[in-house]
Design a protein around this ligand. Structure first.
Ligand code: SAH
Length: 221
């Protein structure tokens, strides 16, 4: 494992210069990730800021962790993989469904132009906003509500990332995706294996590609 010393902000508190030693992700969790920007962003973002106090020591293990309200922060290797499927260049307007801890939101915010994120649990909606603001991430709009409706006001989106599993692809999300836009969505029944789908909207229709079997929390109606 690699260790790193990262400065804490504000760096000086009560006259004491503060820094923390953090453990970074082992490089092998990024197997298959060709976009180095994703690795750089994930290695510089403190995942411990997104997990509850009692789990901070597990923040750099490649697993999902509980964040309360029966929800989880996704596994880092899967976050990297899903982010890569979106093929972000830095200019995109991204819609995210399922803000949760805000960890995936933060990564999208650093790799795209602007992120619009929707969460259905009020406490997570509020907490994630605080976490991202404390990290100085400001190119994000937050909405409390159901992802099934998308976010009409700001549509269409260049990219859509769904981090809870609906039983079928929500039609409104397809509608709100731009032509040539990409959407990543885990689709399938609750508490069973789901399929992570990549959707590309072309002028001639929708191209749907199955990528991986996954297990996400359900996208509630
Ligand atoms: N991306 C998150 C993982 C979130 S888990 C992270 O990195 O932490 C999935 C999230 O989707 C949960 O927070 C859950 O409350 C939320 N969710 C479930 N159904 C939803 C819906 N219909 N609309 C919006 N959010 C929903």
């Amino acid at each position: 494992m690699l260790t790193d010393v990262r400065q804490v902000f504000p760096p000086i508190e009560n006259g004491i210069l503060k820094a923390v030693v953090v453990i970074r992700f082992p490089e092998d969790i990024f197997y298959g990730i060709k976009d180095k920007r994703i690795i750089d962003v994930m290695q510089s973002l403190p995942r411990e800021a997104f997990v509850p106090d009692n789990l901070k020591t597990s923040a750099y293990v490649d697993g999902a962790l509980p964040i309360g309200f029966d929800q989880t922060i996704s596994q880092p290797s899967l976050v990297a993989y899903m982010t890569q499927l979106l093929e972000l260049t830095g200019k995109e307007k991204v819609l995210e469904i399922g803000t949760g801890s805000g960890y995936q939101t933060a990564i999208l915010a650093k790799l795209a132009d602007r992120v619009y994120t929707i969460e259905i649990v009020k406490e997570l909606h509020e907490k994630s906003k605080q976490t991202l603001e404390s990290l100085g991430i400001i190119n994000v709009e937050y909405k409390l509500g159901s992802g099934y409706d998308g976010w009409e006001e700001y549509a269409p989106f260049d990219r859509i990332m769904v981090t809870a599993a609906p039983p079928q692809i929500p039609p409104k999300l397809i509608e709100q995706l731009k032509e040539n836009g990409r959407m990543v969505v885990p689709v399938g029944p609750q508490n069973q294996t789901q399929i992570l789908k990549l959707i590309v909207k072309t002028r001639d229709g929708i191209i749907e590609k199955d990528t991986h079997y996954v297990r996400f929390v359900p996208m509630v109606e």
